[in-house]
Ligand binder design. Structure first.
Ligand code: SAT
Ligand code: MN
Length: 595
């Protein structure tokens, strides 16, 4: 549906038409394109993006339907320092978020948006988060002047007329306004207005800053809605694990950005674990509700994957390599002379010459990365060869375990089970992780990243923890809560655990715990697996190495609890008393020598 007038699509609700008209008056685009999500429209948009140089077609014999996009080199990751929660009071946003008063944000960004789409096309992109028609799905509309964003939203969401039909005459939809401006980082702001169900994002074309369905709506705004409406929006993958007897259990796992969520969600079982199978429901975001049976049920609101390319290989994630063979957009990876893609950690020797992510000639000797460390693929969920058959179930899948994981060279054991819900919330609330290239700033510094939501909780962190605790009585069949760490290192810097597909052995231990078949070893914080309880068939790992991966070191944990205490102090008065009390108890146990 292409039109010059926002009045054209007769299925759009009056409220939507009015908002589009208002936005067009503000931004003054040359033309307005309402995206209908049809294959024909996609082909037209792709052709237009190729014509304007936004997309470079890849070799159709090697990667049919695939394209390369090179972003502005200053616009390659989420920028947390210019991401704002615009609530009436600063306290509602809390100290872990940047805050701007709503009036000020509307005024400031409004001035930047004025006439900002002159000479450009405005795309109106309606989308559904969650299975179409699901009572748990939500509707958003993103207005953008970026064809790359419009095309990416067509992969990442259920986009087009299905959303308009589901919306009907309602005015209940997320209003996302995105404008690339001149991509100058000085003009970059990502502002969330939870009270208005609105997002304004300017000055960036990068994934998490610009695909407003994802972190902005499905996490920041949705977490706020979740507290109001009694559910959870979490930075979690959802994976189904089928045992050789054919029973499937589902696990939701929170890890910070670029810590292997996509790999875990679609892992290929090691050959020795015969008969086990893994199915992906989601790789980044879970919306969790309490079902009538008192269990937590999860849907994946997304319809595609926006995954980190470097490190993805036939060894680390063979299923991902298969799904990237067609109909995908690659951003900031390197290009081979024959029009294919390449990145570091692909486990394929680079050809003697490449075009790097900035479009420059690259030689193996040039000493720089050919692909940006945060280069990405955008792929339809349906490309995944191990997609769960339940991905479109309106009520989602029942969750047996919640996992919190970080990237830690020290301290955190390979796997530990929390004693109960409160302990589990404590473990999630205090988890730490080393920073990655997914956000701008220094890489490799340990920061507290509660529930992997530090950059994504759309309101006060202490209130967010209160919400976790307040939900407990309603979840009468709660999932068990675990902590994992795939990234612990030996003093020589090598990883203690092989990770990737082998992680299934740890998930298997969790399922055995749930079924009461293993006991683990009680520690002050919870139960750590005993080495002999982990299925090591077909895996060579020295017993001392495994023991080290599972160790709880009192000196390290004293430091960890001290840091968690500092973090609670920073968060301030909103930290729930239960968490403070537990922190005191755990600290006392450690001081008393109980590990
Ligand atoms: O850029 S995104 O926020 O979409 C990906 C991530 O950082 O997790
Ligand atoms: Mn993520």
């Amino acid at each position: 549906m292409t039109s010059d007038s926002p009045d054209n699509p007769n299925v759009a609700s009056a409220a939507l038409k009015q908002w589009v008209a208002e936005t067009a008056r503000l931004t003054q685009p040359d033309q307005i394109v309402w995206c209908d999500g049809s294959p024909g429209e996609r082909q037209r948009l792709l052709a237009s993006a190729v014509k304007s140089g936004v997309l470079i077609p890849l070799n159709p014999r090697k990667r049919p339907g695939c394209y390369l996009h090179r972003s502005d080199p200053r616009d390659v990751a989420r920028t947390e320092e210019v991401t704002f929660i615009c609530t009436p009071s600063a306290h509602e946003a809390g100290v872990t978020n940047n805050w701007m008063a709503p009036d000020e944000a509307y005024r400031k960004l409004g001035a930047m948006l004025k006439g900002s789409m002159r000479g450009r096309t405005m795309y109106v992109v309606p989308y559904v988060m969650g299975p179409v028609g699901s009572p748990y799905a939500k509707i958003g509309v993103e207005i953008t002047d970026s064809i790359y964003v419009a095309l990416s939203m067509g992969i990442m969401t259920r986009m087009g007329e299905c959303a308009l039909r589901m919306l009907g005459e309602s005015d209940d939809f997320n209003r996302g306004l995105h404008c690339t401006l001149d991509l100058n980082p000085e003009h970059r702001f990502i502002c969330h207005f939870p009270q208005d169900n609105t997002i304004w994002s300017v000055g960036s074309g990068y994934g998490g800053n610009a695909l407003l369905s994802k972190k902005c709506f499905a996490l920041r705004i949705a977490s706020w809605l979740g507290r109001k409406e009694g559910w959870f929006a979490e930075h979690m993958l959802i994976v189904g694990i089928r045992n050789p007897e054919g029973h499937t259990k589902y696990i939701a796992a929170a890890f910070p950005s670029a810590c292997g969520k996509t790999n875990l969600a679609m892992l290929l079982p090691p050959p020795a674990l015969q008969g086990w199978k893994v199915y992906t429901v989601g790789d980044d975001i879970a919306w969790l509700r309490v079902g009538p049976d008192g269990r937590l049920w999860a849907i994946n609101p997304e319809n595609g994957y926006f995954g980190v390319a470097p490190g993805t290989s036939a060894r680390s994630n063979p299923n991902a390599m298969r799904m990237l063979g067609h109909d995908s957009i690659f951003t900031n990876v390197a290009m081979t002379p024959d029009g294919d893609v390449w990145w570091e950690g692909m486990d394929v020797e680079p050809p003697s010459e490449l075009i790097d992510w900035r479009g420059r000639k690259w030689l193996p000797a040039s000493g720089e990365k050919a692909a940006h460390p945060n280069s990405r693929f955008t792929t339809p969920i349906r490309n995944n060869p191990v997609l769960s058959p339940h991905v479109d179930d309106p009520c989602g899948v029942p969750i047996s375990a919640i996992v919190f994981g970080g990237r830690r060279a020290t301290t955190a054991p390979l796997v530990l089970e929390a004693k109960d819900w409160l302990h589990g919330v404590f473990i999630g609330a205090t988890m730490g992780s080393e920073t990655t290239a997914a956000a701008s700033g220094k890489v490799g510094v340990v920061r507290r990243d509660p529930m992997a939501m530090l950059p994504f909780a759309g309101y006060n962190m202490g209130d967010y923890w209160r919400h976790w605790l307040a939900m407990e009585p309603r979840i009468t069949e709660p999932p068990r809560i675990f902590m994992v760490n795939w990234f612990r290192k030996a003093p020589d810097g090598s990883y203690l655990w092989p990770g990737y597909g082998e992680n299934l052995r740890i998930l298997k231990w969790m399922l055995a715990r749930i079924e009461g078949r293993v006991k683990g070893r009680q520690t002050f914080l919870g139960r750590v697996a005993e080495p002999e309880e982990i299925d090591l068939s077909g895996l060579e790992i020295a017993p001392a190495q495994l023991a080290r991966a599972l160790a709880m070191d009192p000196t390290e944990w004293k430091a960890e609890l001290a840091s968690a205490g500092d973090f609670f102090q920073q968060i301030g008065s909103s930290v729930p008393e239960e968490l403070l009390r537990l922190h005191r108890e755990l600290s006392n146990s450690l001081e008393a020598g109980r590990v």
